[in-house]
Design a protein around this ligand. Structure first.
Ligand code: GCW
Length: 742
C-alpha cells in the first residue's frame, strides 16, 4: 500500500482550492460579461430612446415640470404618447407622472387643437400647425401653469411628446415655445424584406416581419421599430421587398400582414406593401396583367377592397416594374402611366397612394456603344409621361441617376416632372457605402442632394422643394428611405450606423436641419452628454463619408466596388464590359464617362440650362464629379492643381490613413463609455482600417497598371514602393456580361 505523503496531500488540497476559486471567478466573470453584453444589447435596441437618468443639475432645471398628465381624447396613438411621457420622465428624471382624467392644477396636457381651445387657452394666433405638426407651449389653464402639447391630429400630439422628451434628454431648456411642421407629407421607410426572412441589402440580421414565408408570430421588434420611427416623424413603412413576391398579395397573407399593421398603428405609422404588377395573372389566375384590360382593373379593385377591409389605414403600394428582370407594362406595349394608374384607381377610394419607382433601366446595354448611358434611363422613361399619372401616384426617384453610389449628381428627373408627384428615394442601408462595416454617415451627402439648386426656369428650386411638392405645387410628395433594419440588437448591424436612420427621419421632417445639429441630437440621445464622447463621435461621423469616398470612389467615378459580386470589396474592373451600365470607361489613355451634350452621351442635356452650364465644360465641372461627366486623360489637371492619377493615389493614401486615425480617435473615449460598447466599436474601426488599406492597394494598383504613371510620392509604381506593380489583392475581379449583381 502506498503511504500518504503529507506534502503531496497539502499541494493537492491547495491545487483543488485554486481550481475551485478559478471556477468561481471565471463563472462570476462570465456572469458579468453576459450581463454587460445583455445590457448593451438592450441599450442598442433602445437606440435614441434610451431615456438615461440625467445629472442632478439637469434634474433641478426640470423641477418645475408638472407631476400630473391629462390626455384629452382617446385613441391608441394618444395612449402611446401618454405612456411614452410617463416612461421617459420616470427614467430620465425619476418623476412618476400621475395620470388624471381632468385638469386640477398644474398638468402636462395632451390633446388636439379643438380640445385645447375648448379649455379657453388662447393659442398664439400665428400658430397654424400643418398636418402632423405640433405645438409645445406653456399656458395658464384654470389658473394653473400647464405644459401643453397640441396638434391638428393625434399623430402630431405623439410627435410633440417625443420632441419634449428629446429636449429633456439633451439638456435643452423648455422655456421657449416650439412649433414644428413636417416639410412633406410622405416620410416613409422601405424595407426590402423577403417573405423567407432574408433582407435584400440588409446587414442587420433577418427580417423583423417575416420568417419561413409567414409573418412572424412574435412581432415585438416590429412594435419597437414603429416606436423608433414615430419618434423621428416617420409616418409610413413598406414592409416587403420591391422585388416583390407575388404571394404577398394572397388573401391568406394579407390576413397575416394585418397583425403587422396592428403593431404599427399605435405609433401612427401606416404600413404599405410592394406589389408585383403581374399579380393579377400570378395570384389572380387571369391570363393577363395588361393594365388596360378591364378584368385587370377589376382584380386590383377587389384586391384593394380586401386589403382595406382588413387594414383600414393601409398606406398603399410600391411598384418596381420593367426593371432588373421584373415584369412591367412593356409586356403589353403599355406605358408606366397605364401600369401606375390602374393600381392607383383601386387605391383611390380608400385614400391610398401608389409609389411607382423611376429605377427603370436596361441592364443589357451594349458597352461598345459610346452613346449608351444608363444614367439617362429614368428621365428618358418618365419625363415624356409627365402629367399622365393620377393624383395619387408618386414617382419615387433615387437621389442619383445610377444607383446609390458614394457620389453622384442629383437625378435630373426631379426637375423633369412638373405635373406629377414625386418623392426622393435615399438608401439608409449602406449597400455601396461599406455595408455597415465601414463608418459612413450619409446625412452630409443627403444634405448636398436636397440643397442642390436645379434652377428650374432660372429660379431657386432646391431638390428638397421639388420632392416636397412645394415648388410645383403638387398635392403629395416627400421622402422614402430604404432602411432594411433586422433582428440584430442594434437593428442595422452596427451601432454607429443607426445615425443614418435617425438622420433620414430628421431630414424628412426638416431638410433645413444641419448635419451637425442632427448628429449632435443623435449622439446625445444615444450616448449621453459626456463632452469628450459627444465630440469624438460627432467628429468621426461628420468626416466619415469623405473618408469612405476618398478610398472607394474618387472624382465621381462611382463606387469602384465589385458590382457583379458583393457590392462591397474593391473591384473596379467589374464595372466594365458588361450590360449593367455602371461604367467608368478606364483604358490606358484615360478614364471617365463622357456625358456631355457636345461629344458624349448627351445626359447633361436632361438638366435645366444653368445646371448644364456647370457640368458641360471642364472649367466649370467640380472635381468631385469630373469622371461622372467627362472622359479625361490621366494627366488632366484638376482645379486642385493635381493630375487625375496623382489625385487617386493621394486620396487613397489619405483615406486609408484617416481610417487608421479613426481607431486612435476612438481609443481616446476609453472609460467614457461602457466597456462592451467601447470594445465592440473599437473592433469595428480596426477592421475598417484594414479594409481601407485593401481598397487603397487595389485601386492604386489598378490605376497604375492602366496608366503606367507612377506616384510622385513613390508609394505606387516605383521599385522601392510597397505597391510596385499594382496589387493582386483578392476581391478584384473582371466583370462578365452575364452575371447578375448579387
Ligand atoms: O442597386 C440595386 C440593388 C438591388 C435592388 C435594386 C433596386 C431591390 O443592388 O438589390 O433591388 O437596386 O433598387 O430595385
Amino acid at each position: 500500500m502506498r503511504k500518504a505523503n503529507p506534502i503531496r496531500a497539502r499541494i493537492k488540497h491547495s491545487l483543488r482550492r485554486i481550481l475551485i476559486l478559478l471556477v468561481i471567478t471565471l463563472s462570476f466573470a462570465g456572469t458579468i460579461a453576459a450581463q454587460s453584453s445583455a445590457e448593451s444589447a438592450t441599450i442598442e435596441t433602445a437606440a435614441w430612446l434610451r431615456y438615461e437618468r440625467l445629472d442632478s443639475k439637469t434634474l433641478h432645471r426640470h423641477s418645475q415640470l408638472p407631476s400630473n398628465i391629462v390626455v384629452l381624447g382617446k385613441s391608441a396613438v394618444l395612449e402611446s404618447a401618454e405612456q411614452e411621457l410617463v416612461r421617459g420622465l420616470d427614467q430620465m428624471l425619476g418623476r412618476k407622472l400621475a395620470v388624471k382624467s381632468s385638469i386640477q392644477g398644474k398638468a402636462l396636457i395632451l390633446g388636439t387643437l379643438d380640445k385645447i381651445e375648448s379649455l379657453g387657452l388662447a393659442l398664439p394666433e400665428f400658430i397654424t400647425p400643418g398636418n402632423d405638426g405640433f405645438l409645445l407651449v406653456h399656458g395658464r389653464i384654470h389658473g394653473a401653469d400647464c405644459v401643453v402639447i397640441t396638434a391638428r391630429n393625434d399623430r402630431g400630439v405623439l410627435y410633440g411628446s417625443f420632441a419634449l422628451l428629446s429636449k429633456i434628454a439633451r439638456g435643452e431648456s423648455l422655456a421657449k415655445l416650439v412649433e414644428q411642421s413636417p416639410y412633406a407629407r410622405v416620410r416613409w421607410v422601405n424595407q426590402w424584406d423577403n417573405l423567407d426572412g432574408k433582407i435584400e441589402r440588409g446587414y442587420g440580421g433577418p427580417s423583423i416581419f417575416f420568417a419561413n414565408g409567414k409573418v412572424r408570430d412574435d412581432l415585438t421588434r416590429a412594435g419597437q421599430y414603429a416606436r423608433l420611427l414615430a419618434s423621428i416623424g416617420i409616418n409610413g413603412c413598406t414592409i416587403n421587398n420591391v422585388n416583390a413576391a407575388p404571394g404577398a398579395l394572397e388573401d391568406s397573407f394579407i390576413a397575416q400582414v394585418r397583425r403587422i399593421a396592428d403593431a404599427f398603428r399605435p405609433w401612427g405609422v401606416q404600413i404599405s406593401m410592394s406589389a408585383d404588377v403581374s399579380s393579377p395573372r400570378i395570384v389572380g389566375g387571369l391570363d393577363t396583367f395588361d393594365p388596360l384590360d378591364p378584368r385587370v382593373a377589376e382584380w386590383w379593385r377587389k384586391k384593394a377592397d380586401e386589403i382595406y377591409r382588413q387594414i383600414p389605414d393601409f398606406g398603399g403600394f410600391v411598384v418596381k416594374a420593367d426593371s432588373e428582370g421584373r415584369s412591367g407594362p412593356s409586356a403589353y406595349g403599355r406605358t408606366h402611366a397605364d401600369a401606375a394608374n390602374v393600381i392607383a384607381r383601386a387605391l383611390e377610394p380608400h385614400g391610398g397612394v401608389l409609389f411607382y419607382r423611376a429605377f427603370v433601366y436596361n441592364h443589357h446595354l451594349d458597352w461598345h456603344d459610346l452613346k449608351n448611358d444608363r444614367a439617362k434611363a429614368a428621365y428618358d422613361n418618365f419625363h415624356a409621361l409627365d402629367g399622365e399619372f393620377d393624383d395619387n401616384v408618386v414617382i419615387q426617384i433615387k437621389n442619383g441617376p445610377i444607383d446609390f453610389q458614394v457620389r453622384e449628381p442629383v437625378s435630373p428627373l426631379f426637375a423633369g416632372l412638373r405635373r406629377t408627384n414625386e418623392a426622393i428615394e435615399l438608401q439608409i442601408t449602406q449597400e455601396y457605402t461599406g455595408q455597415q462595416k465601414h463608418l459612413c454617415f450619409l446625412v452630409p451627402m443627403w444634405k448636398e442632394v436636397l440643397d442642390f439648386d436645379m434652377r428650374v426656369d432660372g429660379k431657386s428650386s432646391p431638390v428638397k422643394d421639388l420632392v416636397s411638392g412645394g415648388f410645383f405645387r403638387r398635392p403629395i410628395g416627400g421622402f422614402a428611405g430604404v432602411a432594411n433594419v433586422g433582428m440584430d440588437a442594434n437593428w442595422v448591424g452596427s451601432p454607429l450606423a443607426m445615425a443614418n436612420l435617425y438622420g433620414f427621419g430628421r431630414l424628412a421632417w426638416d431638410p433645413n436641419l444641419s448635419s451637425e445639429a442632427i448628429v449632435d441630437e443623435w449622439v446625445r440621445l444615444s450616448y449621453g452628454n459626456d463632452p469628450l464622447l459627444v465630440h469624438t463621435i460627432e467628429k468621426l461621423q461628420l468626416s466619415s463619408w469623405h473618408v469612405y469616398e476618398s478610398y472607394s470612389g474618387p472624382l465621381g467615378a462611382g463606387t469602384l466596388t465589385n458590382i457583379t459580386g458583393n457590392h462591397y470589396d474593391p473591384g473596379p474592373e467589374s464595372s466594365e464590359e458588361n450590360g449593367w451600365g455602371q461604367w467608368h470607361r478606364a483604358d490606358h489613355q484615360g478614364i471617365g464617362m463622357d456625358r456631355t451634350m457636345k461629344t458624349g452621351t448627351g445626359y447633361i442635356g436632361q438638366y435645366p440650362p444653368e445646371v448644364q452650364t456647370t457640368y458641360e465644360s471642364l472649367e466649370n465641372c467640380p472635381d468631385n464629379l469630373l469622371l461622372f461627366f467627362h472622359h479625361v486623360p490621366y494627366t488632366h489637371v484638376l482645379h486642385s492643381g493635381k493630375n487625375v492619377v496623382q489625385h487617386v493615389y493621394d486620396s487613397h493614401y489619405y483615406g486609408a490613413a484617416q481610417a487608421h486615425e479613426f481607431v486612435a480617435q476612438w481609443k481616446a473615449v476609453a472609460g467614457h463609455i461602457d466597456e462592451a460598447r467601447y470594445r465592440d466599436i473599437l473592433a469595428r474601426f480596426e477592421f475598417q482600417a484594414k479594409e481601407a488599406d485593401k481598397w487603397r492597394d487595389v485601386i492604386c494598383g489598378w490605376i497604375y497598371r492602366l496608366s503606367g504613371i507612377p506616384d510622385n510620392k513613390r508609394r505606387v509604381g516605383s521599385p522601392a514602393s510597397k505597391n510596385p506593380a499594382g496589387s493582386t489583392v483578392p476581391g478584384e475581379i473582371r466583370g462578365t456580361a452575364s452575371v447578375k449583381p448579387a
